[in-house]
Write a new protein. Structure first.
Length: 326
């Protein structure tokens, strides 16, 4: 009797090839996300200097800080209405509206408001060092919000970064913290929440540019009457502002509040929040370099040393392993 041999189907090359193609596509998406994130960060890097240019300093005030903060959102919101209509963007689903509201509280209101008032009283170079903590803050908010489990060393780096920022603020303030430093830290926290919330929306399938546009549009019932009231109250200051101040306002409205987020949110969604947020490492240095020709500020050794130290803690912290959701 002839014994039947077990049937062993030949190994199909299709599955390994498909897996390899999927891995390559994922790698390409991650690289594209990184470059989009970098483009967004470079656009954001001018936000602090341009906000200072628009509002001026305490000794030479230009546009009122509240007008800059709310006006940029109102102008970008009107542009967003046109963009959403032109692209026939789908309306957010029910569960997405609360997430849009939380994110808008951070990036539409919180960061512009806190940073705008802060740079009225401190130089843009000083503010750039404080906001250099933003990448680690974004990663920390992302880890808590997404219930991820970074290594304990990540949280030690976060605490060290906070300590360095506070120490720098104290050194620059003659041994004490200034109210503007608290405003800058509040701006960092606001931006971190807004970044992570927007990234979650983009990861759910909402296009990055639609994320920021829907945030701005849903805020228009607040921002439009608010900026109109500010304009009526400070008409003389608006009329007396230099053209350069209006140029700064145009930049933070069109780029910082709008176009920068097109690239940023899509980059976070494609490359991952924890990984892409690392490109923010270049932001404080780009901000400081831009502040020199734009505002006539100068860089001193203490500022550079603290900036490098803060970025060093961010770089180390971002390299710590991150576990999955709890």
């Amino acid at each position: 009797m002839r014994t039947a041999l077990p049937l062993c189907p030949p190994t199909s090359p299709v599955l390994p090839a498909a897996a390899a193609a999927a891995a390559q596509a994922a790698a390409r998406a991650a690289r594209r996300g990184w470059w989009l994130g970098l483009a967004g960060v470079l656009m954001f890097a001018l936000s602090i200097p341009m906000t200072r240019l628009a509002g001026g300093g305490a000794a030479d005030p230009q546009l009122p800080p509240d007008f800059v903060a709310i006006g940029r959102a109102a102008l970008a919101g009107l542009l967003s209405v046109a963009y959403l209509a032109a692209t026939r963007a789908p309306r957010p689903r029910g569960a997405q509206w609360p997430l849009l509201a939380v994110s808008a509280a951070g990036v539409v209101f919180g960061f512009p408001w806190f940073s705008g008032w802060a740079v009225r009283h401190v130089e843009a170079v000083h503010a750039a060092v404080i906001t250099g903590f933003l990448p680690l803050a974004t990663a920390a908010v992302g880890a808590l919000w997404l219930r991820q489990r970074p290594a304990p060393a990540f949280w030690w780096c976060t605490l060290l970064g906070c300590a360095l920022v506070v120490a720098f603020a104290a050194v620059q303030g003659g041994g004490r913290l200034q109210p503007a430093d608290g405003l800058l830290l509040a701006a960092v926290g606001s931006a971190a929440v807004g970044y992570v919330g927007g990234a979650r929306l983009a990861a759910q399938g909402m296009r990055g540019e639609h994320v920021i546009c829907w945030m701005l549009v849903m805020c228009l019932p607040i921002t439009l009457p608010w900026v109109a009231a500010i304009g009526l109250r400070h008409g003389d200051a608006l009329a007396a502002a230099r053209p350069a101040a209006w140029g700064g306002f145009a930049y933070v409205s069109l780029v910082s509040m709008w176009l920068g987020f097109f690239a940023w949110y899509r980059g976070l969604a494609m490359g991952g929040t924890l990984r892409v947020s690392q490109v923010q490492l270049v932001q404080p240095f780009a901000s400081m370099v831009a502040a020199v020709p734009l505002l006539g500020e100068r860089l001193d050794a203490v500022t550079i040393v603290f900036a490098l130290a803060v970025i060093g803690t961010v770089l180390v912290g971002k390299r710590m392993p991150v576990g999955g959701p709890r």
